[in-house]
Structures are given as structure tokens and as C-alpha cells.
Ligand binder design. Structure first.
Ligand SMILES: *[C@@H]1O[C@H](CO)[C@@H](O)[C@H](O)[C@H]1NC(C)=O
Ligand SMILES: *[C@@H]1O[C@H](CO)[C@@H](O)[C@H](O)[C@H]1NC(C)=O
Ligand SMILES: *[C@@H]1O[C@H](CO)[C@@H](O)[C@H](O)[C@H]1NC(C)=O
Ligand SMILES: [Ca+2]
Ligand SMILES: [Ca+2]
Length: 683
């Protein structure tokens, strides 16, 4: 497939002719001469042990304490068998708590080869003198004949004074052209590294095909300098931008972990536009070190507020891939970003799934315009494409929100995205309103990002209460999955009501852990219905997935129940639609499933959590006498009050305030202590 850039060379692939289909089977593992080792006690111990067994200690793995990168030069670089010899006795060493020879992982960039260049744009009002400014349709789409109808309101955020200043973004990719005239000014050495070359300089490797242009293109979208007459304007054009060169070589668990845990106290946002093959048959996700890097970043990064990981949802649309089979986009720790074309139509490469949080513009059909950004060899391009282009755009918008409020935690950022993304003119057959009032779709998550709305929320945001994790007990009743029958399993969730540290009332992410055996994984589809009736499709049929491996404790994630209540009946439905391609007739089995509910035990936006808005005019004391001992004002909410007094309501009637003297008035924004009820509006 032309849009897949295979990184792993030397895979041993067997072509099997099966029912008239050519099936490449690339099962062979490729072992490298790199090891990840866990040794407690400090680097001196690690050095001693390394030299005793003939390894070179290359240093700590990223920010992961006690984990070291060992290199063994006498082992061949790539091998299909794991390495044996006297050096392998290192695992017997008592101080060595864990060791793993690194295997090559297939990771592909999420752009595709572009067709002919985009049509020229008409002239329009000029804000900046940058060469490509006038054709940057996704930043100022309203004043354009190719009216893109829904605006991401980036200019609106700029007008409020936010340009990404003091926010640090890094692009995990194939390098960054740090001396590009449009990047050099914002380039940040401390946010950069060359994991492939093991040095500090992430400059891309140049070749005739410009294979390594991807990172430089992503970087310009975030932080190309504004008004310097060159090329384009980044969305966060005063942010600092770094690059990690990690895709131009063998990608291993350790390579990913080093990249994801680079400088977590310095870097705020990591943008990744790559992942496992989008071939419609792969099920793959982060392995142990990369998982630890995510958790380390979430718990400790940004002074404990949590690193922000932004991920491209995937380009496997044409292979009918489903992003739930990608453990990176499917993780609660990543903000998974989808794409929409300028027209609001679904791009051909889009992958659907329930873990997508939000959407930004990107390429669509050939006649739709593509993304304009910096390019390799100090050039500009107007043909950046795919979900690869969408993730950095989201990273840029999030940088504006972090400038507006540096205290936002990783979950605050996700809450703000959920609250402010809009369906706009984005075309999807499955838009639905969940029980918390948010519109959500499997194509677009909560919709198109809105930078101005995000910075406004950020300005007055108070951190949401701490995250509770409720692991409901597993349902281990084995159920046979008969072809053309629905297996239905109902679980009555309590939200861990008996344990105050785990109690979840208001949901954020919901994860379903599932173990299924099946003769052909691609024939399965899975839905989850929340107690409030919101249906998430956790898996759709995948035409090319002939695997007989089923799912072993795979975690499917949905964002669609955000804000809903956790308790009640959750319904899991599995359907098996047997395709012609199935060789075995043995039916599948649902062996085990369990729910992991993430959220809070108190309302995330309880009135007292809002700080005084910077711009909206607060009500006077006269209008809101402080000493009120009566009941919660019935007019001000449906969900009741949070805390004492009539005004501590969870929602205020949308744009509608009632005062003590019974007069009502329309306001353009809910003042401090009040919350919009999106179901009600003033006339
Ligand atoms: C960009 O520079 C031009 C001068 O070349 C100036 O007139 C214009 O105001 C600048 N734009 C912004 C937004 O600063
Ligand atoms: C959700 O979608 C419905 C139907 O399109 C629309 O009427 C409503 O305003 C939307 N709600 C929000 C919060 O955007
Ligand atoms: C899941 O829901 C979709 C959309 O409502 C439906 O088309 C599909 O048949 C359902 N699948 C299962 C397994 O229930
Ligand atoms: Ca520029
Ligand atoms: Ca995918």
C-alpha cells in the first residue's frame, strides 16, 4: 500500500496462497543487539555489570529510573533468533531485576503520498507577511471562497494574546530540520534528541527521496515563526519546538520509551504521528517500557500535572482499519486526534473508533486543499496530509491553552477538549448526544477543536478533582460466540461505591478488558452500551484481519460516556459475521471481560471549582447575596446543587440567570459559580 512507509527492513515474510488470497505472514521477530535492563542501586552498579558481561552501558533509558540501555557489539545487529552466549548469563546476576533483548517493531508514519498540488487560493485579508499566509485556509477559513464553514478559531485565540509563549512542544518522528528559516527561531535544543544516532542532534538524514521530511513538516504546523516573510505561520508560533529523531532506524520498545520520556520536566507536549501498521489486520500497542514512559510522564511530567501526549488516530481507512486495535491511540494517556476535510466530509484514510477525542482539519479528496507547512531542505509544502497533519495541529492548539493556564493537568486538557470541540459541519452518520449532553461520533470524537473556546475555558479553569480508577470485577463466564448470533453480557456496575479511593460517579474514560478466542479475528464486532444508553462501537469487522489469535486481555477504550454516571447496567455485545475467508469452523469464545471506569467521585465542575472569569463580568454581591440558607434554586439546575447555597449549581440554565428577586436575564456567558446547560438556551 503506497501510503505505508515500512520501516522494518529485513522482515522474513512468507507468502501463503489461501483461498485465492495472497497472505503475507510476517511473524518473525527481529532481535537487535540492544538490551533494556533494570538494575537498582545507581549507574555505577550498572556500569560494573555491563563490563563484566561485555556490554556497553549507553545510559539511563529516558526518564525511567533504574532502567539502562545496554549495547552488545559482538551480537549481530538484526537476527531472527535471540542472542545466546556468555553475555546472556547476565540475567542470572542478582542485581539484574529484569532484562529484555529489544525486538524491532513495525511503526509507520501517518501521512501518504500526495496527489497533484492543491488549487491556488484567492487573495484575502492579510495579517502576516509570511509567503504562504494567505493560503492557510485552516487558520482563516471564514474569509475564503472555499469556505470551510467551521472555524477552529485559532485567530480568536491569538487575539486574546495566546501564541504558545513558554510552552514546549516536541515532535517524535524522523528528525527536525532545526536550521529551517521558519523553525530556527523557535527551535529548542533541550526538547530535542537523536535516539537513532544516540546524540543530541535530531537533524534528519537526507536522501534522494526526502524520506525523512515528516518530522519537519509536523514541526512547522506547531511553531513556524510568524511575520518573518518565510513560508507559514505555526498555530503556536511563539512556542518552543523540538524534535526527536526516532523513526529513522529500528524502532524498539526502548526507542519509544526514550522518546516518550525525554525531558518530562521541560517538554509539555509530545506529538506523535506514527504507530503500528494501519493495514487493517494488526493489533499492537506499547510494550512494557513505553507503557512505563507514558505512566511516568502522566504521574511526574510537567511538575506532576502530567505530560500531554497527542496522537494521530491512524490512516488505515482504506484498509478498513479500526483505531481500537492500536494501543497508542486507544490509551487513556494519549489524546487521539482524527481528521476532517475542508468540506467537513470524511477523508478516505480516516479510521473510526470510540477512543478518538477530537478532530482537526487535514487533507481529503484530491481536490480538497492540504496542509501547508515547512518542508525539508528549507522549503515549504502545501501538501502535508493524513492524520499525521492533524495531531501536530492539535498539539499547537493545546499549546495555546497551556499558555492560558499553565496549571492544567493532563486530564484538565482532555476535559476542556471534550467541552469545547464542536460537531460543526463535520459529516458523520453516527452523531449522538450522550447523557451528559456532549455530541460525539466514532469518526470525530467530540468534533472539531475550537482554539478560542479552549483558551477561554483554560483561563478560568480550576483543576478537576483527582482521578479515581474503579476496576470492576471480571465476568469469567465462558460464552460461545456462534456465527450470526449476538453474545450479550450485562454487568451491573457499582462504580466501586464501597471504596472511597476508587469510587467513580462521573465518568471520563471507560476501558473494557477482554479475552476472546476466535478462528478469524476480523469477523468480530463489539459494542458497549453505558447505563445511560450511549452505545460505543469498540470494534468493527476488519476485512484483512485473518488472525486466529483473538484478543488476550486487550483494552478497548471509549470516550463516549464522558460526563455520564458510572453505575448501572453495562451491556457488552459481540457479533460474529463469518466471512468466506474463514478456514476453521470452531466457534469463538468470550473467555473474560471486565470494566475499568475512570472518573471522579464528585462533579468535575462543581461550582466552587471555577475561578473568577477573567473577562466575564461577575455578578455583584447585591444580585447574589452571600448568605442564603434556602434550598437549591430549582431554576438554576436539573442536577442539583454542589455545596450549600442556591447558586452552587451544577448547571445554570444556558445563558439564563434567575436572580433572587425573581427577575431573569440572558447573559452571554455563565458567571463564576454557574455552568452552562447545553440543552437549554435563551431565545
Ligand atoms: C507583520 O509585519 C508587518 C510589517 O511587515 C506589519 O505591518 C504587521 O502589522 C505585522 N503583523 C502582525 C500581526 O504583527
Ligand atoms: C448536538 O447536536 C444536536 C443535533 O445536531 C444539536 O441540536 C445540539 O445543539 C448539539 N449540542 C451541542 C452541545 O453542540
Ligand atoms: C453495534 O452497533 C451498530 C450501530 O448501532 C450496529 O450496526 C451493530 O450491528 C452493532 N453490533 C453489535 C455486535 O451489536
Ligand atoms: Ca513564517
Ligand atoms: Ca490503525
Amino acid at each position: 500500500m503506497v501510503w505505508n512507509i515500512a520501516l522494518g527492513k529485513g522482515f522474513i515474510c512468507v507468502l501463503a496462497l489461501w483461498l485465492g488470497f495472497i497472505l503475507p505472514l510476517c511473524k518473525t521477530r527481529i532481535y537487535t543487539n540492544h538490551w533494556a535492563v533494570r538494575i537498582a542501586g545507581g549507574p555505577e552498579f550498572a556500569d560494573t555489570i555491563a563490563s563484566k558481561y561485555g556490554y556497553k552501558n549507553m545510559g539511563q533509558i529516558g526518564d525511567l529510573k533504574d532502567y539502562y540501555h545496554f549495547f552488545h557489539s559482538r551480537t549481530i545487529k538484526r537476527s531472527t533468533v535471540f542472542s545466546r552466549g556468555s553475555h546472556s548469563f547476565i540475567s542470572m546476576e542478582p542485581k539484574v531485576e529484569w532484562i529484555e533483548q529489544q525486538v524491532v517493531k513495525r511503526r509507520i508514519k501517518r501521512d501518504y503520498k500526495a496527489g497533484p498540488p492543491s488549487p491556488p487560493s484567492p487573495p484575502q485579508s492579510i495579517y502576516f507577511n509570511d509567503a504562504k499566509w494567505t493560503s492557510m485556509w485552516y487558520i482563516h477559513c471564514n474569509d475564503d471562497i472555499h469556505n470551510c464553514q467551521s472555524d477552529m478559531n485559532i485567530v480568536g485565540a491569538w487575539k486574546r494574546g495566546y501564541t504558545g509563549k513558554d510552552v514546549v512542544v516536541t515532535i517524535l518522528d524522523d528528525g527536525i530540520e532545526r536550521n529551517h528559516p521558519d523553525l530556527v527561531q523557535n527551535y529548542d535544543t533541550q526538547a530535542s534528541y537523536d535516539v537513532n544516532g544516540n546524540d543530541l542532534d535530531p537533524m534528519p538524514r537526507y536522501d534522494a527521496s526526502n524520506e525523512n521530511k515528516h518530522g519537519t513538516r509536523c514541526a512547522g504546523e506547531v511553531a513556524a515563526s510568524a511575520n518573518n516573510s518565510h513560508c507559514t505561520v505555526g498555530i503556536a508560533y511563539n512556542a518552543k519546538i523540538g524534535g526527536v529523531r526516532m523513526l529513522d532506524g529500528d524502532v524498539t520498545d526502548m526507542v519509544e520509551a526514550k522518546s516518550l520520556s525525554l525531558q518530562p520536566q521541560h517538554i509539555d507536549i509530545y506529538s506523535a504521528s506514527w504507530g503500528p501498521d494501519d493495514d487493517g489486520k494488526t493489533v499492537d500497542g506499547p510494550a512494557s517500557l513505553a507503557r512505563q514512559a507514558f505512566e511516568n510522564g502522566i504521574r511526574q511530567g510537567r511538575k506532576g500535572r502530567g505530560s500531554i501526549f497527542v496522537w494521530a488516530s491512524g490512516n488505515g481507512g482504506r484498509s478498513r482499519d479500526h483505531c481500537s486495535c492500536d494501543g497508542y491511540t486507544n490509551s487513556i494517556y494519549t489524546i487521539s486526534i482524527s481528521s476532517t476535510a475542508e468540506s467537513g466530509k470524511k477523508p478516505w484514510y480516516l479510521e473510526e473508533c470510540a477512543s478518538t477525542l477530537s478532530t482537526t482539519y487535514s487533507s481529503g479528496e484530491n481536490y480538497d486543499r492540504k496542509i501547508i507547512t515547512t518542508d525539508l531542505r528549507q522549503r515549504c509544502t502545501d501538501s502535508h496530509t493524513g492524520t499525521s497533519a492533524s495531531a501536530p495541529m492539535a498539539a499547537g492548539i493545546i499549546a495555546l491553552a497551556l499558555e492560558a493556564n499553565v496549571l492544567l493537568t493532563w486530564r484538565d486538557v482532555q476535559h476542556i477538549i471534550v467541552k469545547t470541540s464542536r460537531a460543526g459541519h463535520l459529516n458523520a452518520p453516527d452523531w449522538k448526544t450522550n447523557a451528559a449532553g456532549y455530541n460525539v461520533s466514532h469518526l470525530y470524537g467530540f468534533g472539531l477543536m475550537d482554539a478560542e473556546a479552549m483558551v477561554k475555558e483554560a483561563e478560568r479553569w480550576k483543576q478537576v478533582p483527582s482521578q479515581h480508577i474503579c476496576v470492576e470485577s471480571a465476568d469469567r463466564q465462558i460464552r460461545t460466540i456462534r456465527p450470526e448470533h449476538v453474545v450479550r453480557s450485562v454487568y451491573k456496575a457499582t462504580g466501586c461505591i464501597d471504596n472511597s479511593n476508587h469510587h467513580v460517579i462521573y465518568l471520563e474514560h471507560v476501558v473494557v478488558r477482554i479475552t476472546i478466542t476466535h478462528p478469524r479475528r476480523g469477523d468480530l464486532s463489539i459494542n458497549l452500551t453505558s447505563p445511560s444508553g450511549t452505545k460505543s462501537q469498540l470494534l468493527a469487522n476488519r476485512l484483512f484481519d485473518h488472525s486466529m489469535e483473538g484478543f488476550k486481555n486487550w483494552e478497548f477504550m471509549t470516550t463516549h460516556c464522558w460526563g455520564e454516571k458510572a453505575t448501572g447496567d453495562w451491556i457488552l455485545e459481540i457479533y460474529d459475521s463469518p466471512s468466506q475467508l474463514r478456514s476453521q469452523k470452531v466457534p469463538g469464545k468470550l473467555k473474560e471481560w471486565s470494566l475499568v471506569l475512570y472518573g471522579t467521585s464528585v462533579h468535575p465542575y462543581s461550582s466552587l471549582r471555577y475561578e473568577k472569569p477573567r473577562s466575564a463580568e461577575p455578578p455583584t454581591d447585591d444580585e447574589f447575596p452571600e448568605e442564603y440558607s434556602g434550598p437549591c434554586d430549582t431554576e438554576c439546575n436539573e442536577n442539583g446543587c454542589e455545596g450549600p447555597g442556591p447558586h452552587n449549581c451544577i448547571n445554570c440554565l444556558h445563558y439564563f440567570l434567575k436572580f433572587k428577586n425573581n427577575t431573569r436575564t440572558c447573559v452571554s456567558e455563565c458567571p463564576s459559580g454557574f455552568f452552562r446547560d447545553d440543552k437549554k438556551r435563551c431565545k
